[in-house]
Design a binder for this molecule. Structure first.
Ligand code: AP5
Length: 214
């Protein structure tokens, strides 16, 4: 099964993707996480991505698409995937269609995680991520068992550099200009299902699973 998650920064795509990964046993592929992994390991790709991420801009399409193509080549992606943060532009979506066609596959579901900008800006100030495994928490709505410590691996929780209010506003602007047109792109293919990014994690996960199990 091949799933695409669409939605603004902070709408809850990553949170939903990690729950769906546990339930559906297909990998959560997040382009933002792959860029941050490269950044942490100081690779050339990481250095290049940082110059865009810090400003809230998109990494160029060719760089991003090549990275995704590589990721699709890994064994765990052969049975399906949950794409989070890709595609983010029309050229990325058409390139994804090309890659899938080459593999004899297609997109089964596009979940649009709905959230309004005002609540997103408030929410992002409270996001914390695990420095080691990337698990995502929130200081009010999704607290770890022990303050500041990841439930999964015991490492420290930190704030992402691009979660400061000004960069979040820039990222939202980029989303509306460059990514939101994908909603119609996929609606025209009858693939889009809307879920509420501000429902509880359990509710949003169950709405997606109910759509899949219909
Ligand atoms: P990326 O890492 O993809 O960031 P994003 O799309 O901006 O999305 P976020 O990770 O910020 O939010 P999310 O929707 O996953 O929300 P989350 O689940 O964490 O991209 C970062 C950068 O990389 C981009 O700006 C760009 O530069 C570059 N990049 C990445 N992909 C690219 C591409 N394809 N092309 C070009 N450039 C690319 O939730 C947010 C918070 O809310 C968390 O604290 C969470 O705990 C909480 N929360 C979420 N859901 C719930 C819920 N239901 N109930 C309670 N709390 C919740």
């Amino acid at each position: 099964m091949n799933i695409v998650l669409l939605g603004a920064p902070g709408s809850g795509k990553g949170t939903l993707a990690s729950r769906l990964e546990e339930r559906l046993h297909i990998p959560h592929i997040a382009t933002g996480d792959i860029f941050r992994f490269n950044l942490k390991n100081n690779t050339e790709l990481g250095k290049l991505a940082k110059s865009y991420i810090d400003k809230g801009e998109l990494v160029p399409d060719d760089v991003t698409c090549n990275m995704v193509r590589d990721r699709f080549g890994k064994q765990d992606a052969k049975e399906g995937f949950i794409l989070d943060g890709f595609p983010r532009t029309i050229p990325q979506a058409t390139e994804l269609d090309k890659m899938l066609k080459e593999m004899g596959r297609k997109i089964d579901y596009v979940f649009l995680v709905q959230a309004d900008d005002e609540r997103i800006v408030k929410r992002m100030g409270g996001r914390r991520v695990c420095k080691n495994c990337g698990e995502v928490y929130h200081v009010e709505t999704l607290k770890p068992k022990v303050d500041g410590i990841c439930d999964k691996c015991g490492s420290e929780l930190v704030q992402r550099d691009d979660d400061n209010e000004n960069v979040v506003k820039d990222r939202l602007k980029v989303y509306h200009e460059q990514t939101a047109p994908l909603i119609d792109y996929y609606k025209n293919q009858n693939l889009v299902h809307e879920v509420d990014g501000f429902a509880t994690v359990e509710e949003v996960t169950n709405s997606a699973l109910n759509i899949i199990n219909r």
